[in-house]
Ligand binder design. Structure first.
Ligand SMILES: [Zn+2]
Ligand SMILES: [Zn+2]
Length: 166
């Protein structure tokens, strides 16, 4: 969804309600295809404050992430607050560091929504806080079953001691 800013400027009303359903099945991020499993929506408004466009609202939806410990896909619910300022006037940028420059007459809301989602992605992606992950030796998913590798694992410092006594 693109909003024509010129058109917006011409209108007397300096306020526009935005109700957007992002028609996307997924997006690429960090060598991974992230699937959207519950449609992403943006509800908010665009306001004009002098030379600035202010976009405020909320992103909701559910995406699918991969657990970094057990590699299982799990749903990640989105609830992101958006509060961004844009301007096509370079002078306004000098006055405020947070302002994003737009060099066209349109504001691509879909792109803004996607970049906000990417920024909000958790660094530590876990299917659950206590995920046990995969056994580093045999690859068994330790959430569902156990293997005999872990019981044989010895603290490397103790292993050295053991060698010493041998
Ligand atoms: Zn996991
Ligand atoms: Zn194992």
């Amino acid at each position: 969804m693109k909003i024509d800013v010129l058109d917006f400027l011409k209108k007397k009303s300096a306020h526009k309600t935005i109700d957007l359903d992002v028609e996307l099945k997924g997006f690429d991020y960090d060598y991974e295809y992230i699937k959207i499993i519950k449609p992403i929506q943006f509800r908010g408004q665009l306001n004009m404050l002098g030379d600035l466009f202010k976009l405020q609202g909320n992103i909701t939806g559910t995406i699918e992430l991969t657990c970094s410990r057990c590699l299982v896909k799990y749903p990640h619910e989105l609830n992101i607050e958006v509060d961004e300022k844009f301007s096509n006037d370079k002078e306004a940028l000098d006055e405020d560091d947070d302002v994003i420059f737009i060099d066209s007459d349109t504001l691509d809301i879909t792109e803004i929504v996607l970049s906000n989602i990417i920024l909000s992605l958790p660094i530590k992606r876990l299917c659950k806080e206590a995920c046990k992950g995969l056994c580093p030796m045999c690859g068994t998913d330790l959430n569902n079953s156990s293997c005999s590798c872990m019981t044989e694992e010895v603290d490397p410092r103790l292993a050295k001691l053991k060698d010493f006594f041998d």
